[in-house]
Design a protein around this ligand. Structure first.
Ligand SMILES: C[S@@+](CC[C@H](N)C(=O)[O-])C[C@H]1O[C@@H](n2cnc3c(N)ncnc32)[C@H](O)[C@@H]1O
Length: 435
């Protein structure tokens, strides 16, 4: 209806509707029509608002008009990334000419035909709106509308990427915000095994599908940038692509509980090891927590480990105060595995970027004192001082509770779980006289 109105030139009534259709409306409609759980399982969340703006900025800052301006989104949803790309496409003399020009240069797939229909409709509206602003508007026939953007199709984008990788590779810009859910991979995947983020699979295949000089601009879950599980993905990515920019972003949006980062990278000619700063570098001769503490995850997996052995104090995240110091926990448990002798500092593994539990900073630690070994739950990370002193633990609590550590953690690892490796790498500023 909207497309028909503007194709005929009846803009008066619908200018605002067109603006909404081209901005956050698709994402908002998706949220009202499809339950959250179904959206999560299908990995359907559309790029709108702040994250779309950041994507546009990233695309614009690396694109050069001398480059081949062809764009492909293999999981296009309602077309938001392709819409962002159209800002770089020139207009023809008339809407019909632009349709034919852009139609050749924009390519996309999605498994959901209603998304594909919405993407085509929104691209058509963009053509008409741009011509209107340039005063070169002319009506389109129904046939022209129906036949527009035929390369945006219902289909499996991963298959299409594999096909391109094994035949005629794509030379242009691959735009990517793929589904993030996990899928089990087998021997066919050289860099992962077991449950693996689809975003890692899509982005890695996207690099394979590009000709040298082609670019991928992607929004990806932060775990790929900062999680130790994705080390091999990062090594493979940097071996085949020159990374131009990595920008940690934060929560995708207020409705989608995933931290993301944006990346722009160009396909290299061959494959050779690269070195990319995926997170802030550690300075040479900088002391870090791992130099002064033994850091490990608590050993008790409560629903798995049998209640046998010596009854010991049992520390869980639930019983941990927000910060400060505590005596031996009152809760006890029989446990045969490794226990931790106080003094030590306990840190919650799950914490959101920007804030910790119960109002404390993310990564805030609690000093545990007492004269009995403690069974520690595996939702906690434990740091035991190499010098065995309570004073060292108190210093660590200050370090962990500082604004600068919280900031460092947020840049280094935006996904939920703190890891042993990240805690070990956290800089120890005391020697700089900061405390
Ligand atoms: C996170 S959404 C992003 C959509 C769009 N790229 C954007 O940024 O707004 C991921 C999309 O991938 C689609 N999808 C999931 N698996 C796919 C596949 N194998 N091939 C094509 N599309 C797929 C989903 O239907 C969903 O629309």
């Amino acid at each position: 209806m909207l497309v028909q109105d503007v194709s005929r030139g009846s803009w008066n009534r619908v200018t605002e509707d067109v603006h909404h259709a081209l901005n956050g409306e698709a994402a908002a409609k998706l949220r009202t029509l499809v339950p959250r759980q179904v959206r999560r399982e299908a990995g359907s969340f559309f790029t709108s608002g702040g994250v779309r703006q950041s994507f546009e900025d990233l695309l614009s800052s690396h694109i050069d008009s001398s480059e081949r301006l062809w764009f492909w989104d293999p999981t296009c949803g309602a077309g938001d990334l392709l819409l962002a790309a159209t800002a770089h496409l020139p207009l023809g003399q008339s809407p019909a000419e632009t349709l034919s020009l852009w139609g050749r240069r924009l390519r996309g797939q999605d498994l959901d035909d209603s998304f594909v229909g919405a993407a085509r409709m929104r691209l058509l509206l963009t053509v008409l709106q741009r011509h209107r602003l340039e005063d070169s508007w002319a009506p389109l026939t129904e046939r022209q509308q129906r036949n527009s953007f035929r390369h945006i199709q219902v289909g499996d984008g991963l298959e299409a990427l594999h096909e391109a990788a094994s035949s005629k590779r794509f030379y242009g810009h691959l735009l990517l915000n793929p589904p993030y859910g996990a899928r089990t991979v087998g021997r066919e995947c050289a860099w992962a095994s077991g449950k693996t983020s689809q975003a890692a699979i899509f982005s890695s295949t996207a690099i394979d599908a590009l000709k040298a000089g082609g670019r991928v601009v992607a929004i990806l879950p932060d775990v790929l940038r900062s999680g130790s599980r994705y080390n091999a993905w990062r090594r493979r990515f940097e071996a085949h692509a020159t990374v131009e920019e990595i920008a940690p972003y934060g929560l995708f949006d207020n409705h989608t509980d995933v931290d993301v980062f944006l990346i722009s990278a160009k396909r290299k000619k061959g494959g050779h090891a690269g070195s990319v700063q995926w997170w802030p570098p550690r300075l040479a001769n900088e002391t870090s927590i791992g130099d002064l503490f033994h850091v490990r995850v608590g050993s008790v997996v409560d629903n798995r480990d049998p209640h046998t052995g010596i009854e010991s104090p049992y520390l869980t995240a639930r019983d941990l105060p927000a910060d400060g110091e505590m005596p031996l926990p009152a809760r006890t448990r029989e446990f045969n595995g490794a226990k931790v002798t106080p003094p030590f500092v306990a840190i919650r593994r799950t914490s959101r970027p920007g804030q910790g539990a119960k109002g404390s900073f993310r990564g805030a630690g609690v000093l545990v004192v007492g004269n009995e070994a403690v069974a520690v739950d595996n939702h906690l990370i434990v740091a035991s001082p190499k010098d065995g002193t309570i004073d060292k633990c108190r210093e660590l609590i200050k370090v962990l509770g500082s604004q600068s550590s919280a900031q460092w953690l947020d840049e280094r690892i935006r996904c939920r779980h703190l890891t042993v490796r990240v805690v070990k790498e956290l800089p120890w500023p005391l020697e700089d006289g900061l405390f």
